[in-house]
Design a protein around this ligand. Structure first.
Ligand SMILES: [Zn+2]
Length: 286
């Protein structure tokens, strides 16, 4: 709790340099409460991975009249682009490097969130400081920034869009560190793991088991994999029953060659997620 008070203090006292002081590598006390996530091995029955949470929250998602189209379950599409276009994934709509090799990503958190919801968001942001050169800062005069807002569902654009870009975290089901890390990896430029260009070597998509009208969620994308291996435990990987006609019975994603391998149950960023992040942003020393 002390650490949490410190965090709030840091936030309220600093301006654009928000989290920096907190993030320079000393013991990470802010994530102490999340340690029970470590016991997630052999979790075949635990439907608590990021992707399941997102799918559950997005089940009743209400389309905004003027909002973006959502593809792949939780990926907002820039209006000018067609369904398959994810230029950011291939080309890299990254956030620019700032001084001392840090990548400063300005953020704003909607006033609609309660104090405790705000704190969950902030804590998830600070986790990135511990493991990468990403530094979230309060948006002041920055042109490009991420705006967390409780629209319907959990979703994000992929990569920096230019100007204000929303990350939607509806209050019920999305204000959760697992979901927030997943959505932020989208905003930092990453697509789903099973959308990777090389995914057919690692998983089979069982189209017949997919809910009608949802097969497009399994499209492949010309991703930049940054030389990292395909990773079943990526927080960006869907679960075995993602968009299944019958969850628990009809799998939609089956690993190859070991069909029983656990997939899509990550509760935090995997080693490969971090490697990829640090490669894309050329973070040194992480
Ligand atoms: Zn996603």
């Amino acid at each position: 709790m002390t650490s949490f008070a410190t965090l709030i203090l840091v936030l309220s006292l600093t301006s654009s340099a928000v989290f920096i002081t907190h993030a320079s590598g000393q013991t990470n006390t802010t994530t102490g409460e999340d340690n029970d996530n470590d016991s997630s091995e052999g979790e075949t029955e635990a439907p608590q991975g990021a992707s399941d949470l997102i799918e559950a929250a997005n089940n009743g998602m209400v389309r905004l009249r003027s909002g973006p189209t959502i593809q792949f379950g939780d990926v907002a599409q820039p209006s000018a682009h067609t369904r398959n276009a994810s230029p950011c994934t291939a080309r890299g709509c990254t956030w620019p490097k700032g001084f001392r090799g840090y990548v400063f990503v300005p953020i704003y958190i909607s006033r609609r969130y309660s104090r405790s919801e705000r704190n969950v968001i902030i804590r998830s942001l600070v986790e990135f400081h511990r493991v990468s050169c990403i530094r979230f800062v309060w948006r002041r005069r920055h042109r490009d920034y991420i705006y967390f807002h409780p629209f319907s569902g959990c979703w994000s654009y992929i990569g920096r869009q230019g100007g204000r870009q929303f990350v939607s975290l509806q209050q019920r089901g999305c204000v959760d560190s697992r979901v927030i890390q997943h959505e932020l990896l989208h905003a930092l430029g990453f697509h789903h793991e099973q959308a990777r260009s090389d995914r057919d070597n690692h998983v089979r998509i069982l189209a017949n088991n997919v809910l009608p009208g949802r097969l497009h969620n399994f499209n492949k994308v010309n991703t930049n994999n940054l030389g990292t291996p395909y990773d079943y435990s990526s927080i960006m990987h869907y679960s075995r029953f993602a968009f299944s006609k019958q969850r628990g019975v009809l799998p939609t994603i089956v690993p190859i060659p070991v069909s029983t391998a656990v997939i899509g149950q990550a509760t935090r960023m995997s080693g490969n997620d971090l490697k990829r992040l640090n490669k894309l942003y050329q973070c040194r020393g992480y």
